[in-house]
Design a protein around this ligand. Structure first.
Ligand SMILES: O=C(O)CCC(=O)C(=O)O
Ligand SMILES: [Fe+2]
Length: 237
């Protein structure tokens, strides 16, 4: 009846809380990111990253507005120390949270203190919580100014995020490829083209067993902003 990947018609087996999720094959799932269907999808196969994907989650007008508001925020370029050498992080970042006590650091060099949420971002966080069924206390922004900005392979597995967190990602602006692979050397990688307004949920298991990247691209491309909404566990009381 419906020959598009991701299907618009669900059987009762496809219905899962929260929201409606269609279980699809990797072929269907990764085809979704080529803009062929609008439908939330959960991957179901052996050895695929535990992802749920809502292509076109935000209506275009809302995504446009969020992009404009996001670009207006203060963005910073931190320095990262790799093998004892300092160099700038290859993108701009910003960090918001429920408490300014929510410090966040990675690679033993980059350090952030959460700023209070701007209203539009707190609203987006709530919208994402409802749809994904998880609660998030902090939001990390990445601004990739052009195809030369990137995010190297990593997992978001800092202790502040708690055991095996669920992390939700909202993309705005230029389309960029988000790539995941198992931690072992030479592992096959899966790539999803994340578009303006897409929502992707990295379910528990993703940070523990997989790493992800946003590689540079030689294709001319404008700015892209990605918001990741994350849990935060206070390590000290
Ligand atoms: O830009 C993205 O899509 C991913 C961002 C990311 O991996 C992160 O903020 O940890
Ligand atoms: Fe990440």
């Amino acid at each position: 009846m419906n020959d598009r990947p991701g299907r618009q018609n669900y059987s009762s087996e496809d219905l899962r809380e929260p929201g409606i999720q269609a279980r699809v094959t990797p072929e269907e799932f990764f085809a979704l990111s080529q803009g062929k269907a609008f439908s939330p999808a959960i991957l179901e196969a052996e050895d695929v990253p535990p992802l749920v994907y809502w292509p076109g989650f935000l209506p275009k007008a809302q995504a446009d507005r969020l992009l404009t508001l996001s670009l207006d925020l203060p963005w910073q370029q931190q320095q990262i120390t790799i093998f004892g050498k300092q160099r700038p992080v290859p993108r701009l970042e910003s960090y918001f949270g429920d408490s300014t006590a929510y410090h966040y650091g990675y690679s033993n060099s980059v350090s952030w203190q959460a700023a209070p949420w701007p209203d539009f971002l707190a609203d987006l966080r709530s919208q994402v919580e409802v749809v994904t069924g998880y609660a998030y206390q902090v939001g990390m922004g990445n601004l990739y100014r052009d195809g030369n900005d990137s995010n190297g392979y990593h997992a978001d597995d800092e202790p502040e995020l708690g055991e095996d967190p669920a992390i939700a990602s909202v993309s705005l602006g230029a389309t960029r490829t988000f790539r995941l692979k198992r931690r072992k050397k030479g592992a096959k990688s899966w790539g999803i083209a994340l578009h303006h307004g897409d929502l992707l949920l990295m379910q528990p298991g993703c940070q523990r067993n997989w790493i992800h990247t946003v590689p540079k691209t030689a294709r001319p491309c404008g700015p892209r902003i990605n918001w990741t909404f994350r849990p935060y566990v206070s390590l000290t009381r």
